[in-house]
Design a protein around this ligand. Structure first.
Ligand code: NDP
Length: 337
């Protein structure tokens, strides 16, 4: 009997928050494997802000997901059948798995990394602190805008996947680290559990004053994840010659958020603003080794929020925008063997 693959295919482009009705849940029998092919069982799908951007028909770094196409998404799966010389049954595969239960790839498929059956790191962490999120933070903090000991680093969306790691790397580098996050609980978490020096709750009144008080020497490095009003407030506190790792602008992903037209601060403060994409990074192996080492040494805390069920992906993705998760947001699709 053939295996049934469930897939979430984009039906309509969401306006605002993502709805179940924007997707068709399609059940499809899988064909027998051909020579050189492997069948991968999806275990976890990474819930990323970029998924929301891929649903939009706007210019971006990859083509938008087409109507009728399986939703593109990073994930982790295990090879359950192999007719390949490159992959063996039991291997883990990481890459663009898509929002589906199974994936068939062949030996020459690009964009997939084969990992040993037992990588020595918990699987959710492989997609979070030791995966794309952690590597993005590492790339930003080591190559794009490294912070020096004694300088002040501000990180926005600081209790999230990339931000929580970027801030902790800042502490490892000896900086004063200030996180910006929504709500008192997240701010307490940043200071009490992750060791940030201060945290600013952008949902509280007078948060701009709190940012000022938390950065008495100004801000040397901004690890920017949010954009909009938060970015403007941080930029206004930058020192002359400050550096900005422009990682993401999540406040605009659900809307036609217009780019700020206030670039004059970049001139006035002679700032160095570097946009970057983790896809360009060439030292991923080094980054994962460093991140895993810090976790083992107790210098870096990895946290994941794991939701369940492929069919829930269109709702779970919205948790990136309402702030109801901490650390890496993942969707568990199947239990591991
Ligand atoms: P997170 O786990 O940080 O989740 C997103 C967080 O953003 C939420 O928890 C929420 O936290 C905050 N947020 C959402 N909407 C708003 C808003 N309107 N105003 C303020 N805060 C908001 O996601 P990731 O770590 O995966 O991604 C963080 C950023 O990094 C994104 O901008 C993403 O696009 C970017 N990124 C960039 C990469 C690159 O290669 N350049 C690679 C990966 C990610 P809170 O509760 O504090 O509001």
């Amino acid at each position: 009997m053939s295996t049934i693959n469930r897939q979430l295919r984009l039906k309509t482009r969401p306006e605002g928050l993502v709805q179940r009705a924007n997707f068709d849940l399609v059940e499809q029998p899988l064909d027998e494997l051909q020579d050189g092919e492997v069948l991968v069982r999806t275990l976890y799908i990474s819930m990323d802000p970029t998924n929301r951007v891929w649903m939009r028909d706007i210019p971006q770094y990859m083509p938008p997901v087409a109507i009728g196409e399986v939703m593109r998404g990073f994930g982790l799966g295990r090879v359950v059948k192999s007719r390949s010389s490159r992959y063996s049954e039991g291997d883990l595969v990481q890459g663009l798995i898509g929002w589906q239960d199974y994936l068939v790839i062949n030996d020459s498929a690009k964009g997939y990394v084969r990992l040993p059956a037992d990588p020595g790191i918990p699987l959710p962490t492989l997609l979070g602190a030791c995966g794309m999120s952690g590597v993005t933070a590492y790339y930003g903090m080591t190559d794009i805008a490294p912070v020096k000991a004694g300088e002040t680093l501000v990180v926005s969306a600081a209790a999230g996947s990339v931000g929580s790691i970027a801030g902790q790397i800042g502490k490892i580098m000896g900086a004063r680290v200030v996180g910006i996050a929504g709500g008192a609980d997240k701010c307490r978490y940043l200071v009490d559990e992750l060791g940030f020096d201060a945290a600013v709750d952008y949902k509280a009144e007078n948060w701009k004053q709190a940012l000022k008080e938390a950065t008495p020497d100004g801000i040397h490095v901004n690890f920017e994840n949010v954009g909009g009003e938060i970015m403007a407030a941080v930029m206004s506190r930058m020192v002359i010659g400050g550096r900005v790792a422009l990682c993401g602008l999540i406040s605009g992903y659900n809307s036609d958020g217009r780019a700020s037209d206030n670039y004059s601060v970049i001139i006035i403060k002679r700032l160095i603003v570097s946009g970057f994409l983790v896809l360009d990074y060439t030292k991923t192996k080094e980054a994962v080794q460093a991140l895993a080492g810090w976790i083992r040494e107790g210098k870096l805390k990895a946290e994941e929020t794991v939701a369940d069920g492929l069919e829930n992906a269109p709702e779970v993705i919205n948790r990136l925008f309402d702030g109801s998760h901490r650390g890496k947001l993942l969707l568990k699709i199947a239990s591991d063997m």
